[in-house]
Structure formats: C-alpha cells, structure tokens
Design a protein around this ligand. Structure first.
Ligand code: ATP
Ligand code: MG
Length: 112
C-alpha cells in the first residue's frame, strides 16, 4: 500500500519559490484503480514523479507498505523503482541511440 502524508514540493527558479504540492495526504489500497484529475499545472506529474521515486519531496512522508521513505538512500530508491513500482509513460521514453532490443534489455538490467 502507498500512503502520502502531508507531502510538499516546492520549485525554486532564481528567487521565486513556487509551492506545487501543499501538504497532500492520500492513500492507495492494493488493487485500487485511481485516476488523478486536475487542471494543467495543478501538480499531477509532480505527484506521480514523487510516487514513482523519480523526484524528491521537500516535506511530509511517502510510506510504502507502511515503511517511511524519509531515510531512503539512493540504493533504496533504486530497489523501489526496480521492484515495487511500475510506470507506463504517455510518450515512449526510449533511448534514441540504442536499438529496440537494447532499450528492452536496459529495463531488465539490475542497478546492483
Ligand atoms: N522542473 C520544474 N521547475 C520549475 N517549476 C516546475 C517544474 N516542473 C513543474 N513545475 C511547475 O509546477 C507546477 C505543476 O506542474 P506539473 O507538471 O506537475 O502539472 P500537471 O498537473 O502535470 O500539468 P499538465 O496537466 O499540464 O501535465 C506548474 O506550475 C509547473 O510550471
Ligand atoms: Mg503533467
């Protein structure tokens, strides 16, 4: 189960600080099908990137099967991305200088 507790995310551009996620709390149960809707710029991609371990949060906690990710090291995030979470992107995100076979093999490579 995934649980977000008061997740916050700010983007800093020069002196500008923009709060994109402001204390977001929600929980996903096993086998639950959830759609996240919102206006353009409301923070959907930011939220998904954080849930997917592709981006970091600034405040709050993301719990994976009851375990806090606050003290996750790089290797813990690698293992999470490799074994726990799956992502189907809207665009293919293929690595252009690799062949199709090499792209598929890349996804099968363990980080350790
Ligand atoms: N890397 C970044 N640096 C600075 N600001 C960012 C960055 N990524 C997103 N933002 C800002 O954070 C806000 C949320 O962006 P996000 O892409 O998460 O929204 P979204 O809901 O996915 O939008 P869309 O429906 O257009 O895909 C926007 O105001 C965006 O400009
Ligand atoms: Mg988006």
């Amino acid at each position: 189960m995934l649980e977000l507790k008061n997740i916050s995310k700010q983007y800093r551009t020069g002196d500008e600080v923009q709060t994109t996620l402001d204390q977001v709390s929600l929980a996903f149960s096993n086998r639950e099908f959830v759609s996240i809707l919102g206006a353009s710029g409301s923070g959907k991609t930011t939220l998904l990137n954080i849930i997917g371990g592709l981006d970091t949060y600034d405040g709050g906690d993301l719990l994976v099967n009851g375990t806090s990710t606050q003290s996750f090291k790089k290797q813990d995030w690698d293992a999470y991305r490799n074994g726990t979470i799956g992502f189907v992107f809207q665009s293919y995100n293929l690595i252009s200088h690799l062949s199709i076979l090499e792209n598929v093999k890349m996804a099968l490579t363990n980080a350790w």
